[in-house]
Design a binder for this molecule. Structure first.
Ligand code: ZN
Length: 278
């Protein structure tokens, strides 16, 4: 969110584009479409590996493990969705989005780690520029400091920084991926943002914020680790927070689902500012 706020300050048109997308999303939602009838949206992915030491230079196999994980989570075929608490099960929805790896770039850097300032996306700051962000989802894999697992750019922002950055320790399901972030779900979460999803608690430290999604319960703040059901906040009992949602902050092994209305938001984005991706 700090990266997002900085971009909103730097690019005055970004805020207006997000407002326009919100209006388009509302229209899309009220159009009576059935998410089950939507065509599969296939997104081509470029993975930009930026490494200082060889152990950060993640393997092709690890990159493929990340793409495979995305193809389960964004088609609701992840086997662990069966662990979704019963009251939320009916809301588990297939976004009908798939990912294909187009190419991998590898860049050696002198920087020990990056922050959320988009430095990894430019040669002059030790990173590498993206490949055509209108056509490709660019992922950068690098060392991130400050406990950051990843960050994403919302739709409508500058092209030169568009995409998702992931810590090499929270990428894919093999190699350098480290428990509890070894099921590829940092990428699932960040691509959710890239497709205009907000955090499940609405990014306020109380009950006043909203994720602009009607079928996720209002929640006070993030959940961490592997919470026990139910986690009640904001008078949302008996079922409590939907902490099993990919847009919460729980461990990879505790998140399993997107809801119908979250899928509608992502698909409105794919029919709007991100239409050229597929
Ligand atoms: Zn997030």
């Amino acid at each position: 969110m700090s990266n997002h706020m900085r971009l909103l300050e730097m690019y005055p048109g970004f805020r207006a584009k997000l407002f326009a997308l919100e209006a388009q999303t509302a229209k899309y939602r009220s159009s009576g479409l059935k998410v089950g009838d939507l065509p599969i949206a296939t997104i081509k992915v470029v993975v930009n590996v930026v490494y200082k030491i060889e152990s950060q230079n993640v393997s092709d196999a690890q990159i493929r493990s990340q793409i495979a994980a995305l193809n389960k989570d964004f088609r609701a075929t992840n086997p662990d969705r069966s662990k979704t608490p019963a009251p939320f099960k009916g809301l588990v929805t297939d976004p009908r989005i798939s990912f294909v790896l187009d190419r991998i770039t590898r860049t050696k850097t002198t920087r020990a780690s990056f922050t959320d300032d988009n430095g990894v996306k430019k040669t002059s700051t030790g990173g590498i520029a993206p490949v055509d962000t209108k056509k490709f989802l660019n992922l950068w894999v690098c060392a991130l400091g400050g406990g950051l697992l990843g960050y994403a750019q919302f739709p409508g922002g500058p092209k030169s920084t568009d995409g998702v950055v992931l810590h090499y320790r929270a990428f894919g399901t093999s190699g350098t991926a480290q428990s509890p972030y070894d099921k590829g779900r940092s990428a699932t979460h960040e691509i959710g943002h890239y497709l205009n999803l907000r955090h499940i608690w609405g990014d306020t430290p109380d009950c006043s914020g909203s994720d602009n999604v009607a079928d996720t319960p209002n929640a006070a703040g993030p959940n961490f680790g592997k919470p026990k059901f139910p986690s009640v906040t904001c008078n949302n009992g008996p079922n409590g927070d939907m902490f099993v949602n990919y847009m919460d902050y729980v461990d990879d092994a505790a998140m399993f689902m997107f809801t119908t209305q979250q899928v509608a938001r992502m698909r409105a984005t794919l029919d709007g500012p991100r239409r050229s991706l597929w």
